[in-house]
Design a protein around this ligand. Structure first.
Ligand SMILES: Nc1nc2c(c(=O)[nH]1)N[C@H]1C(S)=C(S)[C@@H](COP(=O)(O)OP(=O)(O)OC[C@H]3O[C@@H](n4cnc5c(=O)[nH]c(N)nc54)[C@H](O)[C@@H]3O)O[C@H]1N2
Ligand SMILES: Nc1nc2c(c(=O)[nH]1)N[C@H]1C(S)=C(S)[C@@H](COP(=O)(O)OP(=O)(O)OC[C@H]3O[C@@H](n4cnc5c(=O)[nH]c(N)nc54)[C@H](O)[C@@H]3O)O[C@H]1N2
Ligand code: SF4
Ligand SMILES: [Mo]
Length: 756
C-alpha cells in the first residue's frame, strides 16, 4: 500500500517500470490518488534516472477510459458489467461443465508476456495452469525465447540458466538478431542500452551487429553485416569451424567443466565459412575475420535474441551462440557472458544430480509437437481447437495475452476462438483476442499494484533487487491479479482462493526450508510461516524467497540478511554488485558438466545440413530467391498493446513495409504506395517505405498492429493505421526442435496494391 494521505499534496512513489525487461526505476508523482507525472529515478542504482518514452504511458494507461475496471459478461453481441462474485462463479461453473462433459483435455490456457511483469501473476499462473488438470498449456514463450530455454537446459541444466552479456565490462560485443536500442534489451536486463553501448565504444570496445536490417543498433555499431533470415545457425557454425580450423579454440578456466568439445569439432566440419557463405550472404573471408577478432578480443560476448530464436533453426542458433562463447573462453568470466545471482534464486549449491531436460514428455494430439517445460507450442493452439476431434480444446483461459495479434496464422486462430464453448480472459482491454471471450476479468492496473521482478533480476547485467509498492490506491472494487488467478484455479477444484494461496506458499517454502536440499535446512515450515505473517498473496511468498535466497536472512531474526522488510526500506532498490563467476556451482545437468554437444540439440544438426545449399559458383539456389519477411520494434510501442495510449500512439504510421529499392524495382513497388503481401496462410496490404536499411530480398513489418477488429474497444488504437503481421506468419513454419514459431524469415510474395 502507498502511504495514504487525505490531502492533495503531491508525493512521490518510487518503483520499477513494468513495461519492458529493462526494469527502469521511475518516480511517480501522485496527487490525491492520481498519477500526475513520471520521471526517471536518479537514485535507482541500476537505471540512474534513465527512462524511455513508454514509461509516461503508464499514466495514459491508468486514465484510459477504455481500460476495463469491472468484470464483463458477454450477452449476445455486447458485454455487460457484472460483480466479482458472479464472475468467479460463472467462470467456475462453465469451466467445470466443460471438464465434466469432455475431460480435462478440453480445457486450455494461454499466458501472455505481461505475466512476467506482475509478480502476482508470475507466482499464480502456474497454479492456474495446474488447476486445469490437463496438458493443453500454452504461452508466449513459444513465440519468443523458448529455443534459448531449451538450449540453456540442455547445456547448463536449467531452462532459465541463460548466459547474459556482461555488457558493462566486455570489449567486444557480437549481436545477432537483437535491436536493444528499440527494444531496450531482452534476456539482458540493462536500462539505458544506448548509454551502455556508447560506453563500450568509448572504452575502445567494438560492437558488431548481424541483422538483415541495418537496425537502430546496427546504426551505432562499428560493423554491421546483413544476414539472410534463418541462417544464423549456419553462420555461427562457421565461426565455430573457423575457431577449430585456425587453432584458436581456448576454453581457459572452463576446460575442466566442459564435455563434448570433440563432438562439436566434428559437427562443425560440414559448415566452413566457404560452405555457408551463399546461404548466409556473408562472405567467407568476413566470417573468418569475425571469428578471429572475437577470439582475439580481451573480453568478448556473443548475444542473440528474437532474430535468432523465432526462426526455423532457433534452438541450434541459440545453442551455437553459447558454443562460440565457450570455445573462446568467454563464458562465466567478467566481460564475457555470465550468470546473474538473483536475490530470489535458490541460495544453495546443488546437492543432487540434475534431471534430464523437461522436453517431449508428451506431444500435441494433432501435429505431434513436443511439450517443453510443461507447455505445448502456441503454433499448435488453433489446430488443437479446430481439428483435434473429440479431444479438442473447448474452453480457454487467456491471461495477459493477445494471441490473435501475436501468434501465427491469426485468421485461423480468430475463427477457432469464436468456435469455443467458453472463453475467459484476464485482461483490462476488449481487444482482438478478448472480444471472443464470454467473460473478461480485469485486474488492477500496473500503478495500482506492488511488484518485484522475479524473472528479470535473473537475467540482469548486474545483481539488483527492488520492491515496487503500489503507487496508487486501487479502487474499492478492484481485484488483484493473483487473486483472480487463485479464484479461477480454486473454483475449478472446489477450494477457496485462500487455499490456493496457501498451496503456492507451501510449495515455495518446501524449496526454501526444512530439508537438507534447501538453503535453510534447520528452519521448520512452522517457524518460517510464523515469520512470514498471515497476509495472503504474493508479498509473503516473495519474502520467503528473499529470506532463503543467496543474500537472505535465512529466517534468522538476528541476521542482517535480506528480507522483504529490508528491501522495502530501500525504495530506490539495492545494488548487489557486478556479476561474478558461478561455474560449476550453478550447473544442473545430469553429468554436472557443461554439455557442449547434448544429443537433444546435436540430433537437429542433420536438418541444418539439409538447409545448406550445395556450394556452387552461381551462389544461392532457386529456393533462396523467396522474399522473406522479418519484424521490427519501435521504442514507443509495446508488442500488441499500449497502442490505445494517445501519447504513445500519435505520430507517423509505424506499421509500414520496409523494402529495399532494388526489390521495389523488381516487384513494381513505389514509396508511399501500397504493397500486397501474401504468404501461404494470408494476405494483407501495407504502405511501402523504401529503405536501404533492408537487405535485398528481405522486407520488414512490425507485429502487434491492426486494431480495427469488430467488437474490440480500443478507440485510440482503432483510429491508427496498421495491419496484423501475424496474418502472414504460418503455424506450420516452426523450429522443429522446440516448436517455436517462425516469426522472422516468413516466406512471402509482394506486389503492388495501389495508391496509399
Ligand atoms: N510477428 C511477430 N509476432 C510476435 C513477435 C514478433 O516479434 N513478431 N513477438 C513475440 C513476442 S516476443 C511476444 S512476448 C509476444 C507477446 O504476445 P502476447 O503476450 O500474447 O501479447 P501482448 O501483445 O504482450 O499483449 C498483452 C495482453 O495483456 C494485456 N495486459 C497488459 N498488462 C496486463 C496485466 O497486467 N494483466 C493482464 N491480465 N493483462 C494485461 C494487454 O491488454 C494485452 O491484451 O508476441 C510475439 N509475437
Ligand atoms: N519498444 C519496444 N520494446 C520491446 C518490445 C516492443 O514491442 N516494443 N517487446 C519486448 C519483447 S516481448 C521482447 S521479446 C523484446 C525483443 O527484443 P529484440 O530481440 O531486441 O527486438 P526485435 O526488434 O524483435 O529485434 C529482432 C531483430 O532481429 C532481426 N532479425 C530478423 N530475422 C533475423 C534473422 O534471421 N537473423 C538475424 N540475425 N536477425 C534477424 C530483426 O531485423 C530485428 O532487428 O523486446 C521487448 N521490448
Ligand atoms: S526502457 Fe522504457 S518501458 Fe522499458 S522499463 Fe525502462 S522506462 Fe519502462
Ligand atoms: Mo517477448
Amino acid at each position: 500500500m502507498p502511504p495514504t494521505s487525505s490531502s492533495d499534496a503531491a508525493r512521490t512513489v518510487y518503483r520499477s517500470c513494468p513495461l519492458c525487461e529493462a526494469t527502469c526505476g521511475i518516480a511517480v508523482e501522485v496527487a490525491g490518488n492520481r498519477a500526475i507525472a513520471i520521471r526517471g529515478d536518479d537514485d535507482d542504482p541500476f537505471s540512474r534516472g534513465y527512462l524511455c518514452p513508454k514509461a509516461h504511458g503508464l499514466i495514459g494507461l491508468q486514465e484510459d477510459p477504455d481500460r476495463l475496471r469491472r468484470p464483463l459478461r458477454r450477452e449476445g453481441a455486447r458485454f455487460v458489467e457484472i460483480g466479482w462474485d458472479e464472475a468467479f462463479a460463472l467462470a467456475a461453473s462453465k469451466l467445470r461443465a466443460v471438464r465434466d462433459a469432455h475431460g480435462p483435455g478440453a480445457l486450455a490456457a494461454y499466458a501472455g508476456n505481461p505475466t512476467v511483469h506482475d509478480f502476482g501473476a508470475t507466482l499464480f499462473v502456474p497454479a492456474l495452469m495446474r488447476s486445469l488438470g490437463g496438458k493443453q498449456r500454452f504461452s508466449a514463450s513459444s513465440v519468443d525465447q523458448l529455443p534459448k530455454m531449451l538450449s540453456g537446459a540442455a547445456m547448463f541444466g536449467g531452462s532459465l540458466t541463460i548466459p547474459i552479456p556482461d555488457v558493462d565490462r566486455c570489449s567486444h560485443l557480437l549481436v545477432l538478431g537483437a535491436n536493444p536500442l528499440a527494444s531496450n534489451g531482452s534476456l539482458m536486463t540493462a536500462p539505458d542500452m544506448r548509454g551502455r553501448l556508447r560506453r563500450l565504444r568509448e572504452r575502445g570496445g567494438r560492437l558488431v551487429v548481424v541483422d538483415p536490417r541495418r537496425s537502430e543498433t546496427a546504426a551505432v555499431a562499428d560493423e554491421h553485416h546483413f544476414i539472410r533470415p534463418g541462417s544464423d545457425a549456419l553462420f555461427l557454425f562457421s565461426l565455430v569451424h573457423t575457431l577449430f580450423d585456425e587453432g584458436i579454440v581456448a576454453l581457459g578456466r572452463l576446460e575442466a567443466h566442459v564435455v563434448g568439445v570433440d563432438r562439436v569439432r566434428e559437427l562443425a566440419q560440414a559448415f566452413s565459412a566457404e560452405d555457408t557463405a551463399a546461404a548466409t550472404g556473408i562472405p567467407a573471408a568476413e566470417t573468418r575475420r569475425i571469428a578471429r577478432e572475437f577470439a582475439a578480443a580481451e573480453r568478448a560476448a556473443c548475444y542473440g535474441r528474437m532474430g535468432t530464436c523465432t526462426q526455423r533453426f532457433g534452438t541450434l542458433a541459440s545453442w551455437l551462440v553459447d558454443v562460440v562463447n565457450i570455445l573462446t573462453g568467454n563464458l562465466d568470466r567478467e566481460g564475457g557472458v555470465m550468470f546473474p545471482r538473483s536475490a530470489t534464486s535458490a541460495g544453495v549449491d546443488r546437492k543432487r544430480p540434475g534431471k534430464p531436460v523437461a522436453y517431449a514428455r508428451w506431444r500435441s494430439s494433432v501435429r505431434n509437437l513436443p511439450e517443453a517445460f510443461g507447455e505445448l507450442p502456441v503454433a499448435a493452439l488453433s489446430e488443437q481447437i479446430d481439428s483435434a476431434g473429440d479431444g479438442r480444446i473447448r474452453a480457454l483461459v487467456t491471461v495477459a495475452g493477445n494471441p490473435v495479434l501475436s501468434t501465427p496464422n491469426a485468421d485461423r486462430l480468430a475463427k477457432a476462438l469464436e468456435a469455443l464453448d467458453f472463453m475467459v480472459s484476464i485482461d483490462f482491454y476488449i481487444n482482438e483476442t478478448t472480444r471472443f471471450a464470454d467473460l473478461i476479468l480485469p485486474p488492477t492496473s500496473p500503478l495500482e499494484r506492488a511488484h518485484y521482478d522475479l524473472a528479470f533480476t535473473g537475467l540482469a547485467v548486474r545483481n539488483v533487487a527492488k520492491f515496487s509498492p503500489a503507487s496508487l490506491e486501487p479502487p474499492a472494487d478492484g481485484m488483484a491479479q493473483w487473486r483472480i488467478l487463485a479464484e479461477i484455479a480454486g473454483g475449478l477444484n472446489g477450494v477457496s482462493a485462500e487455499t490456493v494461496d496457501e498451496m503456492v506458499l507451501g510449495s515455495v517454502l518446501a524449496g526454501c526450508v526444512g530439508s537438507a536440499e534447501t538453503a535453510c535446512p534447520d528452519i521448520t515450515t512452522e517457524r518460517a510461516r510464523e515469520l512470514l505473517g498471515d497476509v495472503p498473496g504474493p508479498e509473503r511468498i516473495l519474502d520467503a524467497m528473499l529470506r532463503a535466497g543467496p543474500y537472505g536472512d535465512r529466517f534468522d531474526p538476528a541476521s542482517d540478511g535480506l528480507n522483504l522488510e529490508r528491501l522495502k526500506a530501500a525504495p530506490h532498490g539495492i545494488d548487489l554488485g557486478p556479476l561474478a563467476p558461478r561455474i560449476p556451482e550453478l550447473l544442473g545437468t545430469p553429468s554436472g558438466a557443461i554439455e557442449l554437444a547434448p544429443a537433444l540439440l546435436t540430433d537437429d544438426v542433420a536438418r541444418l545440413r539439409e538447409a545448406l545449399p550445395a556450394r556452387r559458383a552461381g551462389g544461392a539456389d532457386g529456393a533462396d530467391d523467396a522474399v522473406l519477411l522479418v519484424g521490427r520494434r519501435h521504442v514507443r510501442s509495446n508488442n500488441s498493446w499500449m497502442h490505445n495510449v494517445e501519447s504513445l500512439a500519435k505520430g507517423r504510421d509505424r506499421c509500414t513495409l520496409l523494402v529495399h529499392p532494388e526489390d521495389a524495382h523488381r516487384f513494381g513497388l513505389a514509396a508511399g504506395r501500397l504493397a500486397r503481401v501474401r504468404s501461404r496462410v494470408g494476405e494483407l496490404i501495407a504502405p511501402v517505405v523504401l529503405s536501404d536499411e533492408m537487405m535485398p530480398g528481405v522486407v520488414s513489418l512490425p507485429h502487434g498492429f491492426g486494431h480495427d477488429a469488430p467488437g474490440a474497444r480500443l478507440r485510440v488504437a482503432a483510429a491508427q493505421p496498421g495491419v496484423n503481421s501475424n496474418r502472414l506468419s504460418d503455424e506450420n513454419e516452426i523450429d522443429a526442435l522446440s516448436g517455436n514459431a517462425v516469426l522472422n524469415g516468413v516466406r512471402v510474395e509482394i506486389g503492388p496494391a495501389g495508391a496509399a
